[in-house]
Design a protein around this ligand. Structure first.
Ligand code: SAM
Length: 300
């Protein structure tokens, strides 16, 4: 390990020391996997990096995705709210927001953001819940916009989660989701993630270090500027590169899907495509990456 690499490795260790806890799950709320990434611990660590620029970036990304500048009066459901950043963006754009997440620490993060930016606000509710728990979903009613970025493929039952989310959209309303795209290496990544999310903190840090070295090497081969890529990363919905690397390496359960399968699933449920950001097929050497889909529920 060179001095530069060792510095990276240590930096990874210290930045992510609070993110690495993992444990086997109990079966509840319809979630039935034997290992689960502690998303909320990662989001807790991310919150310390949150600033106005990231929030503005999250707002801009949401506006672009759903092609609206304001959401005044719209009922907005954030399924798997994570840090709560997208919920905050929606609330700042005027929506009445309900956020929920399966991970208790994610729920805490979203609650912290609500209490910091909208204390005592009756128009932003934060729940602990699962998109696989039909009893809980039955208490929510329907929404003008159901938003779920990078969540449904982490439930252990992606297709059921897609269907459940779709049922919460009012006729004429929007379903906006981001899902991992199917790549040639998806099976490898599923095994890697399952291992990573039960590995020790030290093993996780070392894996991140190797991943980053390889990624840097791939950038160099293509004569791309790795540092500039990392510096620009907050432009991706206000996210943070290192936290996203940890999330990518450990985000388990893990599934992926093609455009054709999303299309077939949602057409059956009476939705039409509004637009999507779908990337061309790839090997998925450094990850699958998410494709974004926006669908409208046809008036029945
Ligand atoms: C990769 S994070 C994405 C968070 C957020 N949507 C974002 O875009 O930053 C995935 C989130 O989905 C949540 N999640 C996983 N399974 C879930 C379920 N069954 N119901 C609700 N949320 C779930 C995780 O706890 C985690 O906070």
């Amino acid at each position: 390990m060179s001095r530069h690499d060792a510095k990276d490795f240590n930096a990874q260790n210290s930045t992510t020391s609070v993110m690495s806890e993992s444990r086997a799950t109990t079966v509840r709320d319809g979630v039935t996997t034997d290992a689960r990434f502690q998303f909320g611990a990662n989001w807790r660590s991310f919150l310390s990096e949150l600033d106005e620029e990231r929030i503005t970036e999250a707002e801009r990304s949401l506006q672009l995705l759903i092609a609206r500048n304001r959401l005044d009066g719209s009922r907005f459901l954030d399924v798997g709210s994570g840090s709560g950043l997208s919920s905050l963006a929606a609330r700042r754009l005027g929506a009445k927001v309900v956020s929920f997440d399966y991970d208790r620490q994610s729920v805490e993060c979203t609650t912290i953001l609500r209490d910091r930016f909208f204390p005592g606000d009756p128009n932003w509710r934060v729940d602990h819940g699962s998109i696989l728990n039909r009893d809980y979903l039955g208490t929510l009613g329907c929404f003008d916009i159901v938003y779920s970025w990078g969540v449904l493929h982490h439930t252990g039952a992606m297709r059921e989660a897609i269907r459940n989310a779709a049922r919460l959209v009012v006729p004429g309303g929007l379903l906006a989701v981001a899902l991992y795209r199917k790549t040639a290496l998806c099976k490898f990544w599923a095994l890697e993630k399952r291992w990573y999310c039960t590995a020790s903190q030290r093993a996780q840090s070392f894996t991140r270090w190797i991943y980053l070295r390889l990624l840097r090497f791939a950038f160099a081969l293509r004569r791309r500027d790795f540092s500039a890529y990392v510096a620009r990363y907050r432009g991706k919905r206000g996210m943070d590169f290192i936290h996203d690397v940890h999330d990518w390496l450990g985000g388990y359960p893990y599934e992926s899907i093609t455009l054709a399968d999303v299309e077939a699933e949602l057409k059956k449920l009476g939705f039409e495509s509004v637009h999507n950001n779908v990337h061309p097929p790839s090997l998925g050497l450094f990850g699958s990456g998410c494709d974004e889909y926006v669908y409208r529920r046809l008036a029945s």
